[in-house]
Structure formats: C-alpha cells, structure tokens
Design a protein around this ligand. Structure first.
Ligand SMILES: Cc1cc2nc3c(=O)[nH]c(=O)nc-3n(C[C@H](O)[C@H](O)[C@H](O)COP(=O)(O)OP(=O)(O)OC[C@H]3O[C@@H](n4cnc5c(N)ncnc54)[C@H](O)[C@@H]3O)c2cc1C
Length: 475
C-alpha cells in the first residue's frame, strides 16, 4: 500500500552502500546528494508541504547518461525510484523514501524550430520555460495552465491547458519522446518508432520509463489574448449560467469556474471572504472576437469583482503563483458527463464548507479538440467527459491538516455521485487504501497499458504512488 506523508517521519533514509555510492559518483556528470550532504534537506522537498520523504540519494541529472546511471543503480540495488520533473504532483510522486530520486530539474533546455513549429523540451523544464521560448515566435504547446508546473509530469498524465478545446491536450501535441527504460535502454518513441511505448507515454507516461526529451508540435497563439476573470456571489446561479454558456462555447474558448472565498478587493466589503464563484476564461483567437465571445461570462449578474482584460498568453499562466511551494495541498478530481442542477448544488455547498479560504471546488470545461481524439488513441481516457471537477484543498496551518483533509475527502467522495468513474491522474489526491488511480485515469485503456508496461518495466521499477497492476509504494 502506498503511504502518504501527512504524518511526520524524522528517521534518516536507508543509506546507499559505500561501493554503490562511489560507483554512482564516478559515473555522473551531475551531482548526487545523500542525507549527509549539505542541501539534501532542501533538495528532498517538493511543492506539497504535506510530503516529507527521505530518499537514499537524489541524483541531479545533467544528461541522459546520468539518468541511465541512476536507473542502473536502482535496478542493481533493488531500490524504489522517484522521477522528478517540476516536483508539483500533489502526492509528491517525484520523491521516494529510501530510494533513488532521479531529479531532472537541471535538464530544462527548450529549443524551438519556428519554421517546423516544433519544440524540443528537456524533462526539467517548467511550463514557464516552454512558454518563454515558444511565445518569442508567437507559438505555444497545449499543456497545463500554470507556469511553475513541470512540463514532464503535466504532459505524461495528459496536460489539460488553456488550449485544450482548440488544440487538444499536451499529449495530443507530443510528436516523439526519448525514454530511458527500466533496463537502462535508450529508446525514441513516436507514431513510427516503439509505437506501443509512445501510446503508453501519453496518459500513463510515469509508469513506463524516464522521458529525457519531449518533442511538441506548436500552434500559433497570442501574444495577446482576451481573458475573463470575474467573481459572483450567487454561486449556484452563476454556475448554471456558466453551464449554459459552456454548452455553446466555440473551441477557441477554454474556461473554468472555481468556487472559493470572495477576493479581498471584492465589492462590497461585506462579501470579502464569503462564498463566491470565479469564472476564468481564455480565447485562443483574435482578441476582439474573443472579447465578444467571452462577454456573456461577465454579464451573468452584478459581479463582485471583474478583472477581465486583454493580457499576454504567457502572463495568463502566472495563475499558479497563487499556490506557493510548501503550503499544504490535497487536490483530487472526478470526470463528469454533465453539470446537473443537483451537482451544481453539491459543488456550491461543499465549497462553502471548506475550512480554508484558499480552497476551492473547481469545474473545468473540457470537450472540443481534446474530446475528438479517439479514446483508444492514447492511454489517457475520459476524453468524452464534458467537465472535470476538482476538489482543491490548500491551507497553511499544520494543525489544521485533519480538518482540511477530511473536508476534501468527504467532498470528493460525495461528488462521486455525479462522476463517470474517471479521474485525472494529475489531480489524484494522496492515494487512499485500495484505490487504483491508474485504472480510474486510463479506464478502457488500462489492460493495454498493463501489457505495454510489462514489456518495458517487467519488474515494476516505476511504481511510486500510482502503480499499474496494484498499489504503488513510497518505501
Ligand atoms: C499550481 C498547479 C496548477 C496545476 N494546473 C494544472 C493544469 O492546469 N492542467 C493540468 O493538466 N495539470 C495541472 N496541475 C497538475 C500537474 O499536471 C501535476 O501536478 C503534474 O504531475 C506536475 O508535473 P511535475 O513534473 O511538476 O511534477 P513531478 O512531481 O515532478 O512529476 C509528476 C509525476 O510524473 C513523473 N515524472 C516526472 N517527470 C518524468 C519524466 N521525465 N519521465 C517519467 N516520469 C516523470 C513523476 O515521477 C511523477 O509521478 C497543476 C498542478 C499545480 C501544482
């Protein structure tokens, strides 16, 4: 069973043998941090402050050869592996107790070929790195909405970004990937090479190997885009109006509605901190056309606050700055076929009961291009869902862990009434006993993923947190 870390462990990690550590250090161009090294404690931290794990070694890889060395060490000494891209998975799956962390953060190079509209992206790149380089040419890859998040983890789970309805998911723009397998073999996966591996990478990528390079197709967008961010106090009414608008929205319009506490500069003052819904939207097309298409979202009633503006596509991704490193998080999702009135009411009432004003229950409008890709084309499932709902508990006070976790778990559990049974693996909570997150994320593709995994990782080396064919583990 995979154990999460909302209890504090203080015991040191099981050390590597002296010989293994010396051999590893000789092979690396990058660095290795063990518990006795300066910097070990900060290097083992990930974005979610709930996660507190003690790896035996953190290998900071500078290139593919370093990744192979780290994978070899794990295989030869039978150690669990945590692969870290941006370190933002809510369950902290990029770090592992008593095992090897393959930290890819130094490999953050992004190279754009504007003529071919392709980008080569290192596995340590953040979405902000990718946006900076691609937007210099007026291009973008459709993966994720938040600049601080890793391109790697975000894409390998799916990659639900601001272009999902116009250009699909991050995985839909992936054209090839270089992979180090559990056996230490270096392969390229694409539609014409190692096709089964390429299929598995797109939605089940963290289970089959370590990706050392991504190749994305890019699409023209921005630099300026029309966006909406508007808050209302009548949550149920605004959610219903949002649903009506979303039902007829063009593919260029991608949006979400987050039920949370009204912002500090809400008008009137009495509304501040009270239950509200924020609607955020982006239009991937001409600005004036976008302003017209998104206008109804600003006219639902009297807004508490309206921050809608024309902004750069790049700046739009700073939304993630609202979720700093080290805060405590428990985020978990369901896929929905519909946003019924009953579901709207459940979302409203759960959000209103959140113990932390930083928390939200968020509705993501899906469909469009991501929904037109056949379910069997990639390991990612749930493409036919109309919405995703995510319960996002975020809090600072460590003494409030129990209250916040229990709110999030109860809300998620109750919203299961409306679920297709599908879940987005990148919003998967911390893992509950007996839960099979990979099955929920890959649905009808699960058995094929198992078969592909058995070929490329027969010993189940890549199993932390979200395993295929059984519980993952952290130690
Ligand atoms: C503030 C915030 C906003 C978010 N917004 C969105 C959003 O809009 N859309 C969306 O889709 N998701 C979103 N997410 C979820 C995000 O996609 C996941 O948290 C994702 O796992 C983060 O990837 P990472 O590389 O930063 O994380 P990590 O924890 O480093 O990695 C995540 C998983 O991928 C594996 N992995 C990482 N790199 C590799 C690699 N190179 N090869 C093989 N496996 C690897 C890890 O082992 C781990 O299992 C958001 C998360 C946060 C924190």
């Amino acid at each position: 069973m995979w154990r999460n870390s909302d209890s504090e462990r203080t015991a040191p990690a099981r050390p590597l043998s002296t010989d293994a550590e010396a051999a590893l250090r000789r092979r690396l161009a990058g660095t290795v941090l063990t518990p006795s090294d300066d910097g070990y404690d900060s290097a083992r931290q990930v974005w979610n402050g709930l996660v507190n794990r003690y790896p035996s070694a953190i290998v900071r890889c500078r290139g593919v050869t370093d990744v192979v060395a780290a994978v070899d060490l794990a295989r030869e000494d039978d150690l669990p592996v945590g692969v870290r891209g941006g370190g933002h998975h809510v369950a902290g799956n990029g770090v592992v107790d008593d095992g090897v962390v393959i930290d890819l953060s130094p490999m953050d190079d992004v190279r754009v070929d504007p003529e071919a509209r392709r980008a080569r992206v290192g596995p340590g790149a953040r979405l902000g790195d990718l946006l900076r380089e691609t937007q210099a040419f007026g291009l973008a890859a459709p993966t994720g909405t938040s600049a601080d998040v890793g391109v790697a983890g975000s894409t390998l789970g799916g990659g639900v970004g601001w272009l999902r309805r116009k250009h699909g998911l991050g995985i839909d723009a992936l054209r090839s990937a270089d992979v180090v397998t559990a056996g230490g073999e270096c392969l390229t996966a694409s539609e014409s090479r190692n096709e089964d591996l390429f299929w598995a990478l797109r939605g089940g990528g963290w289970t089959v190997g370590v990706v050392t390079s991504f190749e994305f197709e890019l699409y023209p967008v921005g630099p300026d885009v029309a966006t909406v961010t508007v808050f209302y106090d009548d949550v149920a009414d605004a959610l219903r109006a949002y649903r009506e608008w979303a039902g007829g929205a063009p593919d260029e319009a991608t949006s979400m509605a987050f039920c949370t506490a009204a912002p500090d500069d809400a008008v009137p003052e009495s509304a501040r901190g009270e239950p509200a819904v924020g609607i955020a939207a982006c239009y991937a097309g001409p600005v004036e056309e976008g302003e017209r298409a998104l206008r109804p979202l600003r006219d639902i009633g009297d807004p508490l606050a309206d921050y809608s503006e024309v902004t750069t596509f790049r700046d739009l991704h700073d939304l993630g700055n609202a979720y700093p490193h080290g805060r405590r998080y428990y985020w978990k999702s369901h896929l929905l076929n519909d946003l019924t009135d009953e579901c709207v009411e459940a979302i409203r009432s759960h959000a209103a009961e959140a113990p932390s004003s930083r928390s939200s229950v968020t509705v993501w409008h899906l469909g469009g291009a991501m929904g037109r890709v056949p379910t069997s084309a990639t390991a990612f499932a749930g493409r036919d869902a109309a919405y995703m709902v995510s319960v996002e508990a975020s809090w600072d006070d460590p003494t409030a862990n129990a209250a916040n976790l229990s709110w999030a778990r109860d809300a998620w559990s109750d919203l299961g009434r409306f679920s297709t049974g599908g879940m987005y693996v990148n919003f998967a909570g911390l893992g509950e006993e007996g839960e099979d997150i990979v099955r929920a994320g890959t649905g009808p593709n699960y058995e094929r993923l198992r078969e592909v995994k058995a070929r490329y990782d027969p010993e189940n080396r890549f199993r932390v947190g979200q395993s295929v064919g059984g519980d993952g583990e952290s130690e």
